[in-house]
Write a protein that binds this ligand. Sequence first.
Ligand SMILES: [Mn+2]
Length: 292
Amino acid sequence: MKRNKFRTVFISDAHLGSRGCKAKVLAAFLKSIDTRTLYLVGDIVDFWRLESRSYWPAAHNEVVRHILKLVKRGTRVVFVPGNHDEAVRAYVGMNFGGIEIQMQDVHRCLDGRRLLITHGDQYDLVVRHSRLLSKIGSSAYEMLLRLNGALNRYRQWRGKPYWSLAQYMKLKVKKACTFISNFEDTLIQEAKEKQLDGVVCGHIHHPSHVDEDGFTYLNCGDWIENCTAVVESETGHLSLLHATDLAPKIVEDHLEEEPLPSTRSPIPFPLPDREPAAKVTVGTDTRLSHRN
Ligand SMILES: [Mn+2]
């Protein structure tokens, strides 16, 4: 099997152990890549969900198996836990079967730029100050996703396109909550204070690639709704990818029962390998269309 080669791949918010997780798509994605470094940018396993009931279908094992396979093939795997897998934070500095656990990390790109790697919940004031509040929010969100699934099965049956109720509700709710709108700014500020050139994070399930004043903000998105990853090509290009950009056939086979939003990654794939590494791709500011 010919795999897509990368220098670095960043994924976040898989939420393994929760019903919303598109584990089959993620497994297909991991199977289709070859990378020197894989960053797991938090909320990979959803311990909050597993606390209340155990849910672990075979596809979730497949994801873990493919990550371990990458380790075996020589990929450096760094796990930066998030708030849903914060239990793992107790093991920062340790190494489990080739997976390094780090609280945060700094990634040096091929072109020398240094990026802060963090899940991002530390900069989300609501999660920080009210674990209970965000837990309530999290189970309401899962209910919403189930409702969303039912609604879209109905829409599909009526021949209508996919429409994300969860996304719609999230945008509505978040508009009222300025803390999320501050999330990106806070993270950018944090990385600037650390004298870094950018940040790769997750947490808000909102894939985004912004290049501004020589500073890069990349949000990995999630594997519940968006199925996106941040990648650094072998020539040092940073971009945001949609899973179907990489492994369209395999991925689409798994999506029949669970349609994805029709929006595709704005970055064309395959990546333009011939261009010099220092040239930064012009980011598409998705904040313009979905203000958090
Ligand atoms: Mn999170």
